[in-house]
Design a protein around this ligand. Structure first.
Ligand SMILES: Cc1cc2nc3c(=O)[nH]c(=O)nc-3n(C[C@H](O)[C@H](O)[C@H](O)COP(=O)(O)OP(=O)(O)OC[C@H]3O[C@@H](n4cnc5c(N)ncnc54)[C@H](O)[C@@H]3O)c2cc1C
Length: 406
């Protein structure tokens, strides 16, 4: 059975509980295949035209959309390691597409963590069948990188046809904004029995009346993301769109939201670093200077390339080790996960910068992929959890200090 056959077998089993499990290696092979055939050829145009990567997302959704959906809902049942490894494959080809797909995976994992029967049928099974794109809407203008403190309010409204939830507030940087079928959205639950400061997660369908999208995304990097603002002026959704119970989702932060967020971004930016390294290696093998002598024979560039490789490789090992440990629930999981994303942000930026030195003036042209990689890599530090927060979290975890206080 070829990898494609294996995936097709899963897809044809849609809406079934008896699913053939795709092994992680096969899923990563599929991601590489799509990355080479669909994502890479379009990466420059996605960036230049600032367009959401429709074709790449369709290809990924069709074959890997259910990557982290549990097998009982028709998905592949993978976890954090798969998100990181698939992210590396897609991030090598196009960081924008990789983050768009990564946010779908994070959203799927958040839904799966608390899904009841209705949510399984309405979201997880269509996601597993490659028919539904979801995404995350956590950040808000007022709270920025502190995405665990949403100010969007959720109130329960009695309705003859069944209780509804009224959502009032603003979301910012919603990746896949205006393109997803649903949005996993964090809110403060304001009810008489709910303690303040604890947030709830809901799923909001794209067609919900009253949703107001902000202007098109204008990033200097990650230009295909469609990371837009969203106004919620008291929009109402069915009460069954609440994930779990009101206000009980603080546990999501460290068990689901943060780990999946961190691995989706770590994989993507590892892919950017790996692509810059490969771009450099290929250039050095080709480039001849000084009367036909290969630049690859120069000991200075050999030393610099070796140093770049070590940086990328040690970051890869940290990311994959952290993902594997987190899946096992080991005590080192949080400092590992936090540091993995902080380290990859440094590594991606530094590796692309080094690549720009070694590829020289040829790499400085606007037709070089390195300029896109540098702009894309810079987002790694400011996408939440931001690097400064992650360093503090790692330190707090080592000191047994509470993570979200003080
Ligand atoms: C390309 C892109 C895609 C995105 N996609 C999504 C998405 O899909 N969903 C989503 O919910 N959000 C998304 N975001 C938002 C992102 O996760 C952050 O919330 C946002 O970038 C924070 O920006 P800000 O200007 O509000 O930062 P601020 O919160 O103002 O922070 C700016 C800086 O202040 C410092 N800082 C702030 N708070 C702390 C703290 N507690 N401890 C230490 N230092 C601190 C850090 O140095 C930080 O980098 C995206 C952002 C970008 C750029």
């Amino acid at each position: 059975m070829t990898p494609a056959d294996a995936v097709d077998r899963v897809r044809t089993k849609k809406r079934s509980t008896a699913v053939v499990r795709i092994e992680l290696g096969t899923a990563v092979s599929v991601a590489r295949e799509i990355s080479e055939e669909v994502l890479a050829p379009q990466a420059a145009a996605v960036d230049a035209e600032q367009r959401w990567p429709k074709e790449g997302m369709a290809a990924l959704l069709a074959r890997l959309g259910g990557l982290v959906v549990p097998e009982h809902s028709g998905g592949m049942g993978h976890g954090l390691l798969a998100v990181a490894q698939v992210g590396e494959a897609t991030g090598r080809a196009c960081a924008s597409t990789s983050i768009c797909f990564g946010m779908h995976l994070v959203g799927s994992a958040v839904i799966a963590a608390q899904a009841g029967t209705v949510q399984r049928e309405r979201y997880l099974e269509p996601i597993a069948a490659g028919e539904h794109l979801t995404t995350l809407a956590l950040s808000e203008p007022g709270t920025g990188g502190e995405f665990w403190l949403p100010q969007t309010r959720m109130e329960r409204v009695e309705h003859p046809g069944g209780d509804r939830l009224r959502l009032t507030g603003s979301k910012s940087f919603v990746t896949n904004g205006g393109h997803a079928d649903s949005y996993v959205l964090s809110t403060i639950a304001v009810g008489p029995r709910t303690p303040p400061g604890q947030f709830s997660c809901t799923v909001v369908d794209a067609g919900t009346p009253g949703l107001r999208w902000g202007p098109e995304w204008q990033g200097f990097g990650m230009r295909g993301n469609a990371s837009r603002g969203l106004e919620l002026p008291g929009v109402e959704i069915p009460a069954e769109c609440l994930l779990g119970r009101e206000g009980d989702e603080i546990w999501y932060m460290f068990n689901v939201v943060a780990p999946y967020f961190l691995m989706a971004m770590s994989g993507t930016y590892l892919g950017v670093a790996a692509a810059a390294l490969e771009e450099t290696r290929a250039h050095l093998m080709r480039r001849r200077t000084r009367a036909g002598r290969a630049l690859a024979g120069n000991p200075v560039v050999q030393h610099r390339l070796g140093t770049m490789w070590a940086r990328v490789e040690r970051t890869r090992r940290l990311i994959y080790q952290a993902a594997a440990e987190a899946e096992l629930g080991g005590p080192e999981a949080l400092p590992g996960l936090a540091s993995a994303k902080a380290e990859v942000a440094d590594a991606a930026e530094a590796t692309v910068n080094d690549a720009l030195s070694l590829v020289g003036g040829i790499g400085y042209g606007t037709d070089s992929p390195l300029q896109r990689m540098l702009r894309d890599a810079r987002a790694a530090h400011v996408m939440a959890p931001v690097t400064d927060v992650l360093r503090v979290w790692a330190g707090k975890a080592l000191l047994d200090e509470p993570l979200l206080e003080g």
